[in-house]
Design a protein around this ligand. Structure first.
Ligand code: HEM
Length: 418
């Protein structure tokens, strides 16, 4: 029987859905060689509208920046049959609870601008910098707990715990509730991949929402020195966050603020262990760490793709005719390896003079938490290498397991000795 050759355009669905037999970066390279904008077969796609992936830097930037042509909310496009949640094929029950479908990341202008301006008042660079001492304390406390054992699981003991504690401190989630929050958001993130149909997340979504509703109510009556209290108080030109917007925002921050950053720390550590000469450069010169964080974000950043964008009108992109209503996925990990932008793009080089990468996206939706993630990455790697300079992988490299959640690739475990 003739065996059918699977194309990289078909394989990329496996990458987004977490079912892939090949190195995702090899798939991205094949895709880039086929062109900057490629049609992909989307099983749950609308037959009227094509789904595309955008693989090169220039075109990915264009999709992320040109709001007149591309938007995040398909319901604003006349005759579009998509809703914000149709790509995850969720039930109405999931959709109504899904904060991700009605918060900042899923809004276009003018609502996006209004909301982003309000929260940006709380997310100033000065405020982010002021968090350094508390981030440092969290990193040190976590390493204190394992230092004498001579071994740890980077994912479980360090990479997951650091960001969830940082964002919880910032938002004002009591310490005793953090395990629970972490558990809910894990279930939600694992159950909502592109194209996945997992209804088990409903209960976690409800519980996650109810918990934060209650916490916000408590902060109204008893404000503290935390972001929820600040967001409640923020009012600009008579404008303030509505109850619903505040709830979505807080959930989005928790969700967006820990999974991604923990992937940066754990995947970044593995990449350094895979490249001992790069690890040595960092150990010899810790001042290189901030640059290394940028290179690790470029080389193997947490987000495979930005959220889907929808064409507002017929347009041409990368030589392809895009029709109004078509969906486009800007593949951040592919754009970040674009050989036309980065020399030796498949090499990790922590001292690289780095041009701007796309790991935090670009344009109006560019990551709100990027300055915080950079501080966390800087402190996490600096502290780890200072305190555990002899760090080594304690399982054979081929036993390291990847897991895929919400179109992001991370590690389930990374046992090391030091
Ligand atoms: C290494 C860590 C992180 C990475 C790689 C990352 C990546 C991203 C990317 C790619 C986007 C844009 C998505 C799009 O355009 O569709 C984004 C948006 C966002 N991120 Fe992050 N993120 C990280 C950490 C954080 C943290 C720590 C926070 C919060 C404290 C955060 C909050 C947000 C928010 C609120 C948005 C939506 C912004 C908007 O739509 O205006 N992220 N992030």
């Amino acid at each position: 029987m003739e065996s059918k050759q699977i194309t990289p355009e078909q394989e990329v669905l496996g990458v987004l859905g977490g079912k892939i037999n090949r190195d995702p970066f090899a798939v991205f390279e094949d895709l880039r060689n086929n062109g900057s904008v490629r049609p992909i077969p989307m099983p749950m796609g609308d037959p009227e509208n094509q789904t595309w992936i955008v693989t090169h830097m220039d075109q990915a930037k264009q999709v992320l920046k040109d709001q007149a042509t591309f938007c995040v909310d398909p319901s604003t496009i006349e005759k579009s049959s998509y809703t914000k949640t149709s790509l995850i094929n969720s039930s109405e029950e999931v959709s109504s609870n899904l904060f991700l479908s009605n918060s900042l990341n899923a809004l276009d202008e003018p609502d996006h601008r209004r909301l982003r301006r309000l929260v940006s008042r709380a997310f100033t660079p000065k405020y982010m910098e002021s968090l350094r001492p508390s981030v440092q304390k969290i990193a040190d406390d976590l390493l204190d707990q394992v230092q004498d054992k001579g071994e740890m699981d980077i994912v479980v003991d360090y990479a997951y715990k650091l960001p969830i504690n940082v964002i919880s401190n910032m938002i004002g989630v009591p310490e005793s509730d953090r395990e629970q929050i972490y558990h809910w958001s894990e279930v939600i993130a694992s159950g909502l991949g592109v194209g996945s149909v997992n209804e088990d997340v409903v209960k976690s979504l409800e519980a996650f929402g109810d918990y934060f509703k209650q916490l916000i109510d408590e902060k109204r009556y008893q404000p503290g020195e935390d972001l929820i209290s600040e967001l409640i108080a923020i009012e600009e030109e008579g404008d303030k966050l509505t109850e619903k917007e505040l709830l979505s925002m807080v959930q989005l921050l928790i969700f967006a603020g820990h999974e991604t950053t923990s992937n940066l720390i754990s995947t970044g550590t593995l990449m350094l262990l895979d490249h001992p000469e790069q690890l040595k450069l960092l150990k010899d010169d810790p001042d290189l760490v901030p640059n290394a964080v940028e290179e690790l974000l470029r080389y193997h950043g947490p987000s495979t793709t930005a959220g889907p964008r929808y064409a507002r009108k017929d347009t041409e992109l990368g030589g392809q005719q895009i029709k109004k209503g078509d969906i486009l996925f800007p593949l951040l990990k592919s754009a970040n390896r674009d050989e036309q932008v980065f020399s030796d793009s498949e090499d990790l080089d922590v001292s690289r003079d780095l041009k701007r990468h796309l790991a935090f996206g670009q344009g109006v939706h560019m990551c709100l938490g990027a300055p915080l993630a950079r501080i966390e990455g800087d402190i996490a790697f600096t502290t780890l290498l200072k305190r555990m300079p002899d760090i080594k992988l304690s399982i054979p490299r081929e036993q390291v397991q990847w897991q895929f959640k919400l179109a992001a690739q991370g590690l389930s475990s990374l046992p090391v000795s030091f």
